[in-house]
Ligand binder design. Structure first.
Ligand code: AMP
Ligand code: ZN
Length: 491
């Protein structure tokens, strides 16, 4: 399978360092507020990448950090008269909660910066010993970009050009303006830890590199984040790895395109800034997923809020198709010899899966993968109407399972969506109207449908209407499909 490597600007064949295994890391959030939908886009992309690699049979180990000490956290804590640790804990919990709501699988390892101080100090000491970092008089420790001959290897930036073209903060203690802080000396009122260079806290670029080395081992197969992280964050991460352990940090660097909202960069002042929580409070997580996955992860994503309703409808089209297939196989099981029409449908199912895999093998083309699922839905709907009455059980159930399986690779859970609980009141209704004697809700539903059909066949309209009204009163709708009547929860 081909994966685009931001470092080489090419799609490359994925070759795991250890056969059958993938070790991957994605920079996590700085926990000072609810994450926004741009962050969510990046985390979603890597959730799908991870799920697909697992689907392909790789044993994936996935790590993602929480940056729980940082200027933004400290500023918020000071504004609110709280400790930085309290703010970080609140928004770490909030982040994990929203990730769960969005259907994002937990990482195997979730290191937190404040719990890895020693890991980082060990790396900093090593960099100092090897001549790539230096403690400054004020208690900061800086990485020396000039000492690293490979600096710029990831982003392709040349230090001399950078110096001419970009403005950086000039700090007296730095030997070069592009030197970055590995360790920051403590300021009054800030969280700090003792160190050989005095009390202080780690710099942002330090944590990912040290934690990757400790938890996954370097180099890893895949390192990911948003495109905005390529420089300086990821450049600085890989520079530290090269200088500390003589190895690049990752084989493949993957970066997601930035999300914009309704054609504009998201910003609070433009009123187009949305947290993931706000969106998930209004729309089903899988509809948001579906909408985002219609754009390739490397492209900029123009998130059109007015397309969310449409995505809800598209999602329903998927789950309704699965329900209709399962229903058809249940009410009219046909296990005889397959007709030409059945076989053509069977072939369409396998072709859709092959197409899905081909699209996803091409640098995780989720929009192509979704198109393959929708083509299967179209074939299934056509089969259900053309073969009505003589529907073959095997391909029908296989199509339902295949749609669920492929959607699940994208993290869209159709099985959960269709597992509507039928209300227990159906049992009483069936006892009253259909002479039902059991207590299973599904059997009661079947008995009611049958009793209504019998009443209609006997032109006993009063009874047929009484059954329908009783069903509606329980909040259900009675739907007449090509394969017979069926009950589902009303909207
Ligand atoms: P941060 O907490 O700012 O470090 O962001 C967490 C992750 O979200 C990083 O991987 C960023 O690259 C990513 N990110 C930030 N803004 C956006 C955006 N507008 N679109 C996509 N990803 C973003
Ligand atoms: Zn990072």
């Amino acid at each position: 399978m081909l994966v685009y490597n931001s470092q080489t600007h090419k799609k490359e064949e994925l070759r795991p360092i250890e056969e059958g295994k993938i070790r991957m890391y994605v920079c996590g959030p700085t926990v000072y507020d609810q994450i926004h939908i741009g962050n969510a886009r990046t985390f979603l992309s890597f959730d799908v990448i991870r799920r697909y690699l697992t689907y392909k049979g790789y044993q994936v180990t996935f790590a993602q950090n929480l940056t729980d000490v940082d200027d933004k956290i400290i500023n918020r804590a000071n504004e609110e008269g709280r400790t930085a640790a309290e703010v970080a804990e609140e928004f770490s919990d909030a982040f994990i909660e929203q990730m769960h709501r969005f259907g994002i699988l937990d990482p195997d390892i979730r290191p937190r910066a404040t719990r890895e101080i020693e890991t980082m100090q060990d790396m900093i000491s090593r960099l100092i010993e090897r001549g790539y970092a230096y403690p400054a008089a004020n208690g900061d420790v800086y990485f020396s970009v000039r000492a690293d001959k490979s600096y710029g290897v990831l982003s392709g930036r040349d230090l001399d050009q950078l110096r001419a073209g970009e403005r950086v903060e000039v700090v007296d203690e730095k030997r070069d303006p592009f030197d970055f802080a590995l360790w920051k000396a403590a300021k009054p009122g800030e969280p700090s830890w003792p160190s050989p260079w005095g009390d202080g806290r780690p710099g942002w670029h330090t944590e990912c590199c040290a934690m990757i080395h400790r938890h996954l081992g370097t180099p890893i197969d895949i390192h990911g984040g948003g495109q905005d992280l390529i420089f300086p964050h990821h450049e600085n991460e890989t520079a530290q790895a090269m200088c500390a352990w003589d190895a690049p940090l990752a084989h493949t660097w993957m970066h997601t395109g930035m999300l914009r909202v309704n054609g504009e960069k998201m910003s609070k002042s433009l009123g187009n800034f949305f947290t993931l929580k706000e969106i998930l409070d209004k729309y089903p997580a899988d509809a948001v997923r579906l909408l985002m996955l219609q754009t390739h992860y490397r492209s900029a994503l123009d998130f059109q809020t007015d397309q969310l309703e449409g995505a809800v409808g598209t999602l329903e089209r998927l789950s309704t198709c699965v329900e209709n297939l399962r229903w058809a196989a249940k009410v009219a099981p046909q296990d005889g010899e397959l007709t030409e029409c059945d076989r053509a449908f069977g072939a369409a199912i396998e072709a859709a899966r092959d197409e899905f895999v081909a699209q996803m093998d091409d640098d995780f083309n989720t929009s192509g993968g979704l198109a393959a699922i929708f083509s299967l839905v179209t074939s299934a709907n056509k089969y259900l109407s053309e073969a009505a009455g003589t529907i073959a059980t095997a391909p029908t159930l296989r199509a339902a399972d295949m749609i669920v399986e492929l959607a699940n690779v994208l993290g869209i859970d159709l099985a959960a969506g269709s597992a509507d609980e039928l209300p227990a009141g159906l049992v009483d209704l069936a006892r009253e109207q259909a002479g039902f004697a059991g207590d299973d809700v599904q059997q009661a539903a079947d008995a009611l449908i049958e009793a209504r059909q019998k009443a209609r066949a006997e032109k006993d309209w009063a009874r047929a209407d009484a059954i329908r009204d009783g069903i509606c009163a329980l909040g259900l709708v009675l739907e007449d499909t090509a394969a017979g009547a069926r009950l589902r929860m009303g909207d």
